[in-house]
Design a protein around this ligand. Structure first.
Ligand SMILES: [Zn+2]
Length: 263
């Protein structure tokens, strides 16, 4: 082997070692986020970690409200456990979501750990502090965000790891919004906004999942599909949007349950 080849081999070896170390560090961090969250509360089905002290009574009340929302879904069962990490320092959310941005409500790892990470939150007021201060959060308290992200955990338990690889985005987010809001959703008003082209119904610019909620509720409530049928048939986003837009204005009714039996 020439000296040049030996040098190239040494260099490749160092790169491989550095890559292996980086992967090892990422996996260690992914499986052990508790190491950098100093505060912990165990309550019912939940383990909550936070980088700030957790007010126990307020947190229990918020978790009870999250349970009330999730228990309406056939994907919920009393034996499931859920882990959430509250990232009051939003760099933790940026790190653990692997998106390197703290400008989101939360993120769920549906591949390795089923850990949920939420941005800065206040249990005492049942509030998640949004990235944009002027944002209307009235229909999305902290208990909504918990139920929403835990629904992604339930989706992955019911329908397989990394559901994003197999199911359309509108369905995963629409069902999480549907469960999270637990029936508090004005179908007719949101349908009218969608038909009028209102910016709140454009999820790409608003970051809101109301259009996906309309589509999910259309199949579960109007068509009477079970959650299992909806995920098995998984209509495309275009198909779901067309079905909702074909509804006469004022349609949709007030009923918004979280779906019948899974199968
Ligand atoms: Zn989501």
């Amino acid at each position: 082997m020439t000296s040049k080849l030996r040098a190239a081999a040494r260099c490749a070896g160092r790169v491989a070692l550095a890559a292996a170390l980086a992967v090892g560090l990422i996996l260690a961090a992914a499986f052990n986020p508790q190491a950098i969250f100093a505060h912990h509360l165990r309550y019912g089905a939940y383990d909550v970690w936070s980088d700030r002290p957790i007010p126990a009574a307020a947190a229990r009340a918020v978790l009870d409200d999250a349970t009330r929302r999730m228990a309406r879904s056939p994907l919920w069962s009393a034996d499931q456990r859920f882990r959430v990490f509250i990232c009051n320092d939003n760099w933790r959310l940026a790190l653990y979501s692997y998106r390197f941005s703290g400008r989101m409500g939360g993120a769920t790892d549906t591949l390795l750990t089923r850990n949920v990470f939420l941005r800065e939150s206040d249990f005492a007021t049942n509030r998640l502090i949004p990235p944009s201060r002027g944002r209307d959060m009235t229909d999305r308290p902290l208990s909504y965000y918990l139920a929403h992200e835990f629904t992604h955990v339930m989706e992955s338990r019911a329908f397989g790891l990394v559901p994003a690889a197999r199911y359309p985005h509108w369905l995963l987010e629409g069902y999480a919004d549907y469960v999270g809001k637990a029936g508090r959703f004005d179908y007719a008003a949101n349908l009218a906004l969608l038909k009028a082209g209102a910016p709140e119904l454009d999820w790409k610019t608003s970051g809101l999942y109301r259009v996906f909620h309309l589509e999910t509720a259309y199949y579960l409530d109007r068509q009477g599909w079970t959650v299992g049928q909806l995920f098995a048939r998984r209509p495309s986003e275009r198909e779901a949007l067309a079905a909702v837009l074909a509804l006469p204005s004022g349609e949709g009714g007030e009923r918004s349950e979280t779906g019948g039996a899974v199968r």
